[in-house]
Write a protein that binds this ligand. Sequence first.
Ligand code: FE2
Length: 235
Amino acid sequence: MIDIHCHILPEMDDGPQTLETSLKMASMAAEDGIRVIIATPHTDGIRVNYESVRDGVDHLNRALQQHGVTLQILPGYEIPFHLVTALAHTHTLAKSNYILIEFPHMYVPGDALATISRLTGRGFIPVIAHPERNGGVLRNPDLMEPLIEAGALSQLTASSITGDLGPDIQWCAHYLLRKNLVHFIATDSHSPSFRAPVLQKAHAVAVKLLGRANAELLTTGNPEMIVAARNRPPQ
Ligand SMILES: [Fe+2]
C-alpha cells in the first residue's frame, strides 16, 4: 500500500516534532504493509517549501535505511485552497502533476469548481484532501460530484472510514465511497496516535463496501499512478 497524505517529516508543521517520533510512525506504517509514503506537510510556500521538504525527505530516508525500516518517503505538500494557484507548479506530489488541496474546514469555496477546471486545464490533477471532514460536504456530499466531473480526484482519511472520527464523518465517507466519488484512502497521520499511520483497518472496511478489487485501487492502484508519474510535472 502507498500512503499519499501523511505528516511524517519532523519539525516541519504540526506533525512529529522529533526524528524519533517520525521513525516510530515509519515503523508502524511499514508493519501495516505500507511501502511508500508521500510526505505532505502543510505548506505556505515560505517556511515549508521545495528545499526544506527535499532536505527533510532525504534526511528521513537516510535515517530509515540506518534503522533498517523498509519504507520509502517521497516529497509532497498539502496546499491550502487559497494558495493553490500560486503554489501548484512547485508543490506537487512526488514531483508529478498531482497536487493535494485542502479546502477551508467549514465550507466548499464558491470558486472551487472554477479553480479545479483551471488547474486541470493547465495539466494538473487536483486531489481534494478529506472532503468527508469538510463542513459543506458533510451537509451535502453531492457537492463533490461536479468537482470530480471537472477532473478532480478525492482522498478520504482512513480513520473517517473506520468510524474513529465519529458517525457523521463515517456516514459521509461511506456515502462518497458508494457513489464512486473516491480515489484514494490515506492516513493524514500527524503522530503515532493522532490519526495513526495505518491503512489496513480502513482497507478492510472498503473491501466490505466495494469489493476487493475496488478497495485495492484506493490504497495501492491509484496511488501507484502518482508514483509512476513522479518526476513528470505538467508542461
Ligand atoms: Fe493533512
